[in-house]
Design a protein around this ligand. Structure first.
Ligand SMILES: Cc1cc2nc3c(=O)[nH]c(=O)nc-3n(C[C@H](O)[C@H](O)[C@H](O)COP(=O)(O)OP(=O)(O)OC[C@H]3O[C@@H](n4cnc5c(N)ncnc54)[C@H](O)[C@@H]3O)c2cc1C
Length: 474
């Protein structure tokens, strides 16, 4: 690759105007940077070159990123595999692409492929959902009433949106009355209604801003969500969409969290990003409790601590408060709380964060024949597809060890990646693990938004997802 191309890649500033898909692929495809990225992004902790001869019925529950990545690796790693997968979805949805659909750069159809392309014919695929788990007796029952026994189980159900936790809001309201949410999808059908509704919402917002400066709210719950950067991605992309048209709005970001990002350098940079837009006001420790759809009013709970002096004894102590704050809006982008699906909520497999697995081995803390992968895991971080990719070889390696009566050797380090879209054409690629920042390219300032990451995320990752990750090759 020529030097000028390399320096172009490392530039923080985006060249104005989007790069064509062909040019981006050509640039990335021939780039030594791409090779570095690919090599260092590969977790490489397990080599499944030699299939092992182990016995036992393996059940995988779920049909999304984590399930399919694990399935591909397991099927290759065992000489005579006996694998059943319970997954309702005929269509696989590339969920990260929903943000690009919401921003008008992709269509829903671009995110869909048949799940049968990734489930080998020797695998027993039950197209249903698990309705109840019975880990003591090593069996599950499906919604259709089928009882499925297993020796080893991998739970990969992801998490579900809980719009029902926001009083006054129904899923049908999304796409009406100025309300949207990029998170609204139907994973069973493989559709992304929220993403397409959000693109319409961007355009309604633009039309409204031509008449009068609208008030726009963006929310984030106080509990872990998949793609933790999602709420801010929608905020910055919509603000940039208006900015590009010479328009603006009063943007209000109400987040249940205490900062924009838990890594100080990223937090600082995102504060600068907010200042680059005309008037974004952020309120921390506010989570959405209810909404009045018709009146266009959102009620938040502001949770905080304050020093209180006892009137009788004069003692000082910190006490918790929760005030209600009512905010009027013209447009609102809602990110709901998320929990494991009902079947798991009713089981004894969870801790207070999700599936009760060891944060390093991903083995269930009580049932040693059970492992977890992906968003469902109740571990300190990592609800991203990138996390699942790093977890898959760990789960497979450790499951095979259990099956062989060996010691568990594979270790998940907490890797999580958050490609924060700060504007059209730029991404701040926040990568971290349990210890702190974990940039793929260590010599680049990981907190800087770069157009190179945009091109990589927009054009390269999707191809890698379908052709490498879901096939367990990367
Ligand atoms: C808007 C958005 C943007 C995102 N952007 C990014 C990004 O840029 N980068 C990134 O790395 N990640 C991103 N993610 C996150 C990423 O998509 C998830 O972290 C990833 O899909 C997690 O994989 P999973 O297997 O745990 O869950 P999922 O992929 O959600 O799959 C769960 C599967 O389990 C099935 N299921 C549920 N309940 C049951 C049951 N009871 N029985 C059987 N099956 C069941 C579901 O139908 C589904 O097939 C984004 C997500 C969203 C929503």
């Amino acid at each position: 690759m020529k030097n000028e191309n390399l320096s172009e890649l490392f530039k923080v500033s985006a060249p104005k105007g989007a790069m064509s898909r062909r040019k981006a692929l050509k640039l990335i495809g021939i780039s030594p940077v791409a090779a570095t990225v690919l090599a260092s992004m590969g977790s490489g902790s397990v080599t499944d070159a030699q299939a092992v001869d182990v016995k036992g019925k393996i059940l995988i529950v779920g049909g999304g990123s984590g399930a399919i990545m694990t399935l591909a690796r397991l099927n290759r790693s065992i000489s005579n595999p006996d694998i059943t997968i319970i997954a309702p979805n005929e269509t696989h949805l590339y969920q990260p692409g929903q943000v690009f659909v919401a921003a008008g750069l992709m269509k829903q159809e671009d995110l869909q492929k048949p799940n049968k392309d990734f489930i080998a014919s020797n695998v027993n695929w039950i197209k249903d959902e698990v309705a109840s788990f019975d880990p003591e007796n090593k069996k599950v029952t499906t919604r259709g009433g089928q009882v499925v026994a297993y020796d080893f189980m991998i739970v990969a159900t992801g998490v579900v949106n809980r719009f029902d936790k926001i009083k006054g809001l129904k899923e049908e309201d999304i796409g009406t009355n100025g309300i949207t949410s990029v998170y609204l999808s139907d994973l069973e059908k493989g559709t992304a209604r929220g993403a397409t509704a959000t693109w319409d919402w961007y355009n309604d917002l633009k039309a409204a801003a031509k008449i009068k400066r609208p008030t726009v709210l963006y929310t984030q719950p106080d509990s872990p969500i998949k793609c933790g950067g999602g709420p801010q991605k929608m905020l910055y992309l919509s603000a940039d969409y208006l900015k590009e048209a010479g328009l603006s709005a009063d943007y209000h970001f109400y987040t249940g969290l205490k900062n924009l990002f838990h890594l100080p350098k990223v937090d600082e940079e995102l504060t600068k990003v907010q200042q680059s837009y005309d008037k974004i006001e952020t309120k921390f420790s506010h989570f959405l409790r209810s909404i009045d759809v018709k009146a266009k009013e959102a009620t938040f709970v502001h949770a905080y601590e304050k020093e209180v002096i006892d009137p009788d004894f004069g003692d000082k102590s910190m006490q918790s408060f929760a005030d209600e704050v009512v905010v009027k809006y013209d447009f609102i982008h809602i990110v709901p709380p998320m929990t494991p699906p009902d079947a798991l909520m009713k089981s004894n497999l969870l801790n207070d964060k999700g599936l009760d697995v060891d944060k390093n081995t991903l083995q269930h803390n009580k049932y040693k024949n059970i492992f977890g992968i992906g968003d469902v895991c109740g571990i300190p971080m990592g609800k991203t597809g990138g996390t699942a990719r790093h977890q898959a070889p760990v789960v497979v390696g450790n499951l095979l060890a259990v099956m062989q009566g060996k010691e568990l050797k594979e270790n998940f380090d907490g890797y999580t990646v958050c490609p924060l879209k700060t504007q059209y054409g730029k991404i701040l690629m926040a990568e971290f693990n349990y210890e702190g920042p974990k940039p793929t390219i260590p010599f680049l300032d990981y907190w800087k938004p770069r157009w190179m990451w945009w091109e990589f995320d927009r054009y390269m990752l999707e191809l890698m997802y379908w052709h490498l990750m879901l096939r367990g090759l990367f």
